[in-house]
Design a binder for this molecule. Sequence first.
Ligand code: IMP
Ligand code: MG
Length: 180
Amino acid sequence: MQGDSAPNLVPLLSAEEISAAVARLAGELDYDYAGRSPVVVGILRGCFIFLADLVRQMQTPLQSIEFVRLSSYGGGTVSSGRAKVLMGLPRPAVQGRDIILVEDIVDTGITTAAAFKYLKRSGAGSIKLCSLLDKPSRRVMPVNIDYLGFTVPDKFLVGYGTDLDQRYRQLPAIYTLESP
Ligand code: IMP
Ligand code: MG
């Protein structure tokens, strides 16, 4: 699967640790959203595995599950500094709704802040952020993570949906990339 110059993958979070965090987050969401039917909005593509596991642990009946896509890293590991909405949502899916925004990792905060702004502009009734990972060391935009799995060190991570140039998303655990 890896070429000659493939970096080393060093385990950071096991599938079991992730699964326990997902169950905890689902419990927190169920508690807070009791009696409501929120809309889960995932930020593509990194969220897809986390979101799929999260919603299957939740008991709360969801109004719908939606996805947005924002421009992100052009490739490699350096953020481009801005994010724009590449794929949005029909207004009725957002207007007046309680939104749970689901992200894999908040790094500079640029992507999440842009998604927040977009959902607000689209008339969301409320917006809370649920992110599996938080890498606070590189934050540029202030972002409040309402539901958080893990705080992680300032290293590039892959697996469980997160990628390096689209690779490694399928790994069931999370790894840091170290130079070979
Ligand atoms: P931000 O806009 O800098 O907060 O970056 C958010 C997006 O960049 C996330 O949705 C991730 O998909 C991606 N990202 C940030 N850090 C990492 C990482 O360590 N590994 C893989 N993707 C990352
Ligand atoms: Mg992402």
